[in-house]
Design a protein around this ligand. Structure first.
Ligand SMILES: Nc1ncnc2c1ncn2[C@@H]1O[C@H](COP(=O)(O)OP(=O)(O)OP(=O)(O)O)[C@@H](O)[C@H]1O
Ligand SMILES: Cc1cn([C@H]2C[C@H](O)[C@@H](COP(=O)(O)O)O2)c(=O)[nH]c1=O
Length: 210
C-alpha cells in the first residue's frame, strides 16, 4: 500500500511543474510513482462543466460556491477507484490538487477561514460520504499570490489552451485563498502538512517515503 501526497497551492504556483520533478526524483530512488491531477479535465464531465463555468458558461452556475464545490468533489468521487488502485500498485501517489483545494477556494470565496462551515462540509462530503482516501501528507507550495498570478498570466500568453479563468483573474480571491491555505497548514487539516518553496518541495515529499 502506497502513500498519498497532495500538492496544493494557488493557480500558477507551479504545482504541475513540481509534481513532475517529484515523480522523476522518486523514480530515480527506485520508488514506483503515480500521479493524478484534479480537476480531471477531458476525463470527467463534472470537471469539464466546472471549467466551462469558470470561463463564463452555464449561466449563474459559478456564482454558487457550493455548486462549484460539488462539481469538483464529484470529479474526485468518480476517481476513487483509480486512487485506490494506484495506492495498491505504487509506493507513492501524488495528487496535483485534492480536497484541500475545495476547502481553501470555497472558504475564500465566502470570505471565511479554515474553521468555517464550508470546510467541514467539504471534509464530510468528500472523506465521509464519498469515502475518498485521506492524504498521508499535504504539501503547500508557498508561492505568494503576486508571483503565482504572474505565472498564470504568463502561461496564458503562450498557451492558447490555458486562458485565465474567473478565479485566476480575481487577485483578491487569490490573496484570500493563500490565507486560508496558511490556516490549513497551521491546523494540519485532515493530516500532516508542510510548507514548501520550489527548492525544498521535492525533498519534503521524498522524506515521506522513508
Ligand atoms: N519555479 C518556477 N519559476 C518560474 N516559472 C515557473 C516555475 N514553476 C512553474 N513555472 C511556470 O509557471 C506557470 C504555471 O506553472 P504550473 O502549470 O506548474 O502551475 P500550477 O500550479 O499547476 O497551475 P494551475 O493550478 O493554474 O494549473 C507555467 O508557465 C510554468 O512553466
Ligand atoms: C480541484 C479543485 C479546484 N478548484 C479551483 C482551483 C482553480 O482556481 C480552479 C481550476 O483548477 P486548475 O488547477 O486551475 O485547473 O478550480 C476548486 O475550487 N476546488 C477543487 O476541488
Amino acid at each position: 500500500m502506497g502513500i498519498l501526497v497532495a500538492v496544493e497551492g494557488l493557480d500558477g504556483a507551479g504545482k504541475r511543474t513540481i509534481v513532475g520533478r517529484i515523480e522523476q526524483a522518486a523514480a530515480e530512488r527506485g520508488a514506483s510513482v503515480s500521479s493524478i491531477a484534479f480537476p480531471r479535465y477531458g476525463e470527467s464531465i463534472t470537471a469539464d462543466i466546472a471549467s466551462e463555468a469558470l470561463h463564463g458558461r452555464h449561466g449563474d452556475l459559478r456564482e454558487s460556491v457550493y455548486a462549484m464545490g460539488l462539481l469538483f468533489a464529484l470529479d474526485r468521487a468518480a476517481a476513487r477507484p483509480l486512487l485506490r488502485q494506484a495506492l495498491a500498485e505504487h509506493d507513492l501517489v501524488l495528487c496535483d490538487r485534492y480536497t484541500a483545494s475545495n476547502a481553501a477556494y470555497n472558504a475564500a470565496r465566502l470570505g471565511q477561514g479554515a474553521e468555517s462551515e464550508v470546510v467541514s462540509w467539504v471534509a464530510d462530503l468528500e472523506f465521509g460520504r464519498f469515502g475518498l482516501p485521506v492524504p498521508d501528507h499535504q504539501l503547500l507550495l508557498g508561492v505568494p499570490p503576486e508571483v503565482a498570478m504572474g505565472r498564470a498570466v504568463g502561461r496564458a500568453e503562450t498557451d492558447a489552451d490555458r486562458p485565465v479563468d474567473s478565479y485566476e483573474r480575481d487577485s483578491d480571491l487569490q490573496r484570500r485563498v493563500y490565507r486560508v491555505y496558511g490556516e490549513l497548514v497551521e491546523s494540519n487539516w485532515m493530516s500532516t502538512w508542510s510548507w514548501a518553496d520550489g527548492d525544498n518541495a521535492v525533498e519534503q515529499v521524498l522524506a515521506q517515503l522513508n
